[in-house]
Design a binder for this molecule. Structure first.
Ligand code: F6P
Length: 194
């Protein structure tokens, strides 16, 4: 059976400061993760199997793939949830400068749509065509994406209620391996350095 590997990009300059969205580059620790991820794929792919590498169109996911391939398949559908007017802010800034946004999102994180941005519900919708392709893949597929997007893909593949998406744990520098079986997917998690 072919595994699906889900991972967030390596740590970015924004992750270091708790900033939302943007198109930052990897931090030195993020670059390190990219190397360990490449090693993980080399070790875990069967010798004769080609591994499909999918990224978003954002720099941090493409940079995370470079040690594996210079030409990943890039999907706009994999781009992080669009935080609209909050893009580039820290969570603290949102809480203090936009208390209404903060309160409304806290009250219903799944359905809340950022002004001029997206909700988790929106993200799930735009992922539809990608998920159909993902389920049809014959080769192992490494999906390098972002927190909200991966929560949504994970919830779908693991048959979790969509409303749970916003609270699913998808940490940095971790590969979530999902292997399709007759009854859903078998899950293993690998925390990689650094
Ligand atoms: O903080 C990293 C990040 O990917 C942000 O870019 C994004 O807005 C956020 O996670 C999504 O997580 P949450 O829905 O918990 O804010």
């Amino acid at each position: 059976p072919r595994p699906i590997w889900l991972t967030r990009h390596g740590q970015s300059a924004y992750n270091q400061h708790g900033r939302i969205g943007g198109d930052p580059e990897l931090s030195p620790a993020g670059e390190e993760y990219a190397k360990h991820l490449a090693e993980f794929v080399r070790k875990n792919a069967k010798r004769d199997q080609e591994v499909a590498v999918w990224t978003s169109t954002l720099r941090r996911t493409i940079q995370t793939a470079t040690k594996i391939t210079r030409s990943p398949r890039t999907w706009r559908a994999l781009d992080e949830i669009d935080a609209g007017v909050c893009d580039g802010m820290t969570y603290d800034q949102v809480r203090i400068e936009m208390p209404d946004v903060w309160a409304a999102r806290s009250a219903d994180k799944f359905r809340y749509r950022y002004p001029r941005g997206e909700s988790y519900e929106d993200v799930i919708q735009r992922l539809d065509p990608l998920i159909i392709q993902l389920e049809r893949q014959r080769s192992p597929t490494l999906v390098i994406a972002h927190q909200a997007v991966l929560r949504s893909i994970y919830a779908y593949l693991m048959d979790r209620p969509p409303g749970e998406c916003p609270s699913i744990s998808v940490p940095l520098h971790t590969v979530i391996q999902l292997t399709p079986t007759a009854y859903g997917c078998e899950e293993k998690r690998f925390a990689l350095p650094p």
